[in-house]
Ligand binder design. Sequence first.
Ligand SMILES: Cc1cc2nc3c(=O)[nH]c(=O)nc-3n(C[C@H](O)[C@H](O)[C@H](O)COP(=O)(O)O)c2cc1C
Length: 213
Amino acid sequence: MEFDLDQTDALLSTTRAVRKRLDLEKDVPMKVIAECLELAVQAPTGSNAQGWRWMVVTDADKRSALADIYRRGAGDYFTQRTDSIEPGSQTGRVIDSATYLAENLQHVPVHVIPLIIGKPDGTNFQGAGLYGSIVPAMWSFQLALRSRGLGSCLTTLHLRLEEEAAALLGIPDHLTQAGLIPVAYTKGTDFKPAVRGPISDIAYHDTYKNPLN
Ligand SMILES: Cc1cc2nc3c(=O)[nH]c(=O)nc-3n(C[C@H](O)[C@H](O)[C@H](O)COP(=O)(O)O)c2cc1C
């Protein structure tokens, strides 16, 4: 199979964290979410265990409650960071956008909480296996959304109060929440690749002394 590299590279390089450009007015059909989840579960999992579960929330009261948990989970994260950041810098723009999302999360039409069977035990081996068995699927889900005109943003701030979200949604104790992904159609679809430094600064060839050129 020959891929259209212009298309696939554009998808991979322009799937961004979308917050201010989420269309809060437009309904998202559940069929689209299900279609994107079908693609997401093509992702790899440790031992092919496929221990993923997906909590899709559209109920307005539950979204409001999740947004409240999210804001309380964030605590002083935004204010603390704003104090130490230059306005207009890339980090400043992210904080501004993240603050907008925190204030408007209840209006985002779909919240998706990816779940994985198991609990982190504090070892790198087990942690890599646990989160490594859900994060690739989460990203595939976000890519599938983007290719259909929807946007999303991986968030983790509500996880400080994960148990409250579990109680709200009836999530059993043996599952770990891996984040909360707000989903909506985007206002426009023209997203740009991010600026990144050269690969030779971050990749090595055979030894850590040798940059990959
Ligand atoms: C592990 C992880 C946790 C994140 N948590 C949050 C979060 O709680 N809230 C939020 O608004 N964005 C969150 N983000 C989104 C990042 O801020 C975003 O991916 C980053 O700024 C890059 O933005 P870009 O994809 O538009 O280049 C998280 C991203 C990752 C990978």
